[in-house]
Design a protein around this ligand. Sequence first.
Ligand code: 0A1
Ligand code: ZN
Length: 874
Amino acid sequence: MTATQSVQAVYRSDYQPPTYWIDNVELEFDLDPRETLVTARIAVRRNADQASHTLELAGQHLQLQSVSVDGTPLSANEYSISNESLTLTELPETCVIETQVLVSPVSNKTLSGLYQTSGNYCTQCEAVGFRRITYFLDRPDVMATYRVTLRADKKTCPVMLSNGNRIAQRDLGDDRHEVVWEDPFPKPSYLFALVAGNLKCHRGTFTTASGREVALEIWVEPQNIDKCEHALVSLQKSMKWDEDVFGLEYDLDIYMIVAVNDFNMGAMENKGLNVFNSKYVLALPETATDEDYMLIEAVIAHEYFHNWTGNRVTCRDWFQLTLKEGLTVFRDQQFTADQTSAAVKRIDDVSGLRAGQFVEDSGPMAHPIRPESYISMDNFYTATVYRKGAEIVRMYHTMLGPEGFRRGLDLYFQRHDNSAVTCDDFRAAMADANDMNFDRFDRWYSQAGTPELFVSEHWDADKSEFSLTLQQAYPSLSGGNPGTTHRKPVPLPVRVGLLDANSGDELNEHSRVLQLETESETFTFSGLNAKPIASVLRGFSAPVRLRMDRSDAELAFLMAHDTDALNRWDAGQTLAAKLLLQSAKDVSDGVELKLSEHFRSAFARVLQDDAVDEAFKALALTLPRESVLGQEMDVIDPDALHTAREFFRSRLGEVFYTEFMAMYHALAADGAYQNDQTSINRRRLKNVVLGYLATQHSDEVIALIRNQFERADNMTDKQAALSLLADLDTPDREQALAAFYDQYHHDPLVIDKWFAVQAGSQRADGIEQVRQLTEHQDFCMENPNRVRSLLGAFTQNQVRFHQADGAGYQLLADYVLQIEAANPQLAARLVAAFNSYRRFDASRQAIIRGELKRIADHPGLCKDVHEIVQRALS
Ligand code: 0A1
Ligand code: ZN
């Protein structure tokens, strides 16, 4: 551990209000790559509820130049300073503290605080980056108004932005200039931002429901100015949607988004000045896939929605992170559902939750959506806090209906606007606005792990009654972390419907939400003529693992008839998973594999179903991922799973070759690129179909893929073809990779795809290829997108990353150690790929443990990686 780092855990139960409040902040920046001078004047007021007259301001990597209180300079014996803070004692009730510090943006590679990216200045303050800019109460319950003065060279920094409204600008002579920004809304320090550099602006406007015109500005590097229209339109749609659905209007006269190339996360909701990873802003059909377009729209919406859920009402402390993130993810999911297809969006989200969050929630990092402790807060921007958090919010919506949910949200804003609150305050607003009692719902915030929901059915022919018995239980979790023991039953809204077993018709009068409040309960449906087929957990109404014994025939029936799209898709996934898991077992037992007749006919029915849209069909034709299948095995066998799944894919490709060919040609006849929803859906299906054809390796198919690669007028088709070629053993593979590189080597976001496609390749020489790519001139360990596109994508490649000889593990550990000192956040995210190691066989476990120990023993290991590794080893 380096001397500057504290590996002390912080506990939720230790929360104390601050000794002083800060009402107003004046910041001045004299920007310079090596020595930026930051002058801060903070107006503080003693918190009358606290006895102390001492104020400890957080600060890291700051070179203090001077401190004064109410204009009187302090000498060094009048304050105390450490690597983490500046402490002032015996302060008056109110005063203005002025500090001057020097910081070095160019040497800051952590991408937290003030740093440089492509020669421009930018900041990232969430969660605790503001303390790298100036001494401050860097905690979200301290909300202040800010005035920010920026000074820099006119040539290198023609543009200088900060939060709120620009209120003044002037020339300073000597080729320098100054801009002043003022943000009238009180905000926590994590929402502060500044950006300065050579940027161009793509402009638009939005007129709010009450008739105010808001200037919309998207700032990018000059060469990207033609790639901003989709982001702008996404922002306008988001603003309109939040007015229509939640009555929430934007509050400032200007909204700015800046795209930067070096960013640890997706984007950041700084008040009036969002900073985005360029991946979630820039798009042209030739460079961005349909998925990229969709993600851009979703991330723009997410950050915009934070203006109310996060900024106007913020978190009291970082343990409450899900208060803003769970809620805002839920809101962006609803938005995307409304813009695209609600069914497909829900399926995509549920499969993402199962593949990522379920795994996290059963491993060493399992934590409640409101964690109890952390060493580095940056490690808790997790799938659990975000995605499971959104599922918890969705349950209020399911239990209260859209109107009840809206009443709850209205009350939440009415009570808490401009303040910093807790998850309990949100729960109370939902309850009070609807006269409900949500006391027990608190358990969803304090307990970790994915509950299992066991469902059994009973048909009483004499009474014409059908009953469902629901029972819940938590699987045990090792490690003994808070929230993983002594767990109690949680309230579970379980949406169900009944189908007539002969006709498949929905028995509408029986559709309802069963509310399971205790460990087990039986619910009865009466007045039925015959035993129905039950569709349970419709829409995935609660984040649980459903355990229900179903025959193959019943699953096939639901695949064909369920009116709930999520369950219709899920029945197919469950059937496929059952068969694939059996086949994986057959692989290890040396039994010959075969495609079951049941599955073949169910698959054929989906292929021929013209009543569903193409995106749904694409999902229904896709087999469960290897990572999802692995979760159902006692000991994950990545090789057997891969063999079984590839066997299924290639048998399906063979059996339905003619149908697939016909479908492909019909879908490929669409003509020039369009970006309407139907065209997007059709491309999605076309590329799934091409994937099945590719399993056949025939010259005809390779020519088809090659043709799609060469002729594609959009990145969706181009990338899909390249990924298929990357898995093959033909000279076309190398030619295509080389051609792609030549064509796009000037565009970093497209080159990220080039790396990711190769890292995802399942060829036997995959690891060697990844190692070689780390030597490529375009591989750069300082750029998170590039690292994620190579090493992150590689860790998702289950069969290669988990190769039995441990070469994949060694490769990852080597790079974690190379990255950790410069960028702890990025390294910690990578190392988390080891977290599922206890689920593998003894030999793999031993190798991973060895790698984890090697990392743990690394001298001066950063605290972010230390926290993950220590949890994994304990
Ligand atoms: N609040 C952002 C996510 C975010 C979190 C941390 C960051 O830096 C460490 C950056 C962004 C969001 O939810 O979009
Ligand atoms: Zn967010």
